[in-house]
Design a protein. Sequence first.
Length: 317
Amino acid sequence: MFAQLSIIGLLAFIFGYAVNRANTCATAAIKDLVYNRRPHRMIALGVSAAWAAAVLIPGTWLFPAHFFRPAPVPFVHAILGGALFGYGAYINRACSFGTLYHLTSGDLNFLGALFGMFAGIFAALRLGFDAPAALPTNPEKTAVLQVLLYAIAIVAILLSFFNEHDEGNRRLRSFGSNTVHAVAVGMTGAILYAAFGRWTYATLISDGAHLAAGSLRIGAIETMLTAILSAIGGGIAASIGSGGFLLRSFRPRAFSQHFAGGIFLGIGSLLIGGGNDFLLVYGAPSGSSFAFIALAAMTATLLVIFCLEKHLRADRH
């Protein structure tokens, strides 16, 4: 047990460190794309997913007893859950990745998002909603999709090695530090999800809400606590090391906004079985079609909202 927890702790520490150093956040990436036409953060998320696929797909082929695939959910749940999660990420101004980044950078107002997630899941459970039952999978279709996805992942990885960067008047071909961190996020997140299952702060919140609502659902608490505390420690270490750690004072308005966003994040994650971190480094890279649908719904929701927001701001000026 000690050896397993040590491995989990190391992987989660690297994951948290890389998330903070790369400032990984789908919400910020989509906003940057809409407002500044900069795709760099979106590309970094794609690199994370590609490396996750490079780990997950061979792992499920070679070690089927140790690498598990996520259980698929119904189409309607994937669409609705993804859209609700995207709306919550907009209100919160951060997704699952971004919330971890802000918390480990010292902005404790984002604790509101965690309380909001608990409240949203608890309320949904009390109203009779719960995570949908897993659907059966077609092994042949899954295998074909995995082969195709693996080929795409390899191409994406090769392209990432030749990513071009501007530096002064020179064009350099380099494997930049952000790409290194994106690789670390994808690989460590994929291994943690596939080999150890439920390990994130969102999982702990969900299990706590189920317990409070009267439906007992507590996983391996040692695994979760080890992973969560290690990821937080890695994020704080990265923030301090880069000089970006700063404790922000408590602001009721900000806390309330994050709480409101957290409610939708919680309900959305309940419907799809996890947050966008789960979808990006586990669901989609393993070839689960529902994960692509949920990610598309979340991305489309954020794109529409940010485009409308940009248009309204332009009209005011």
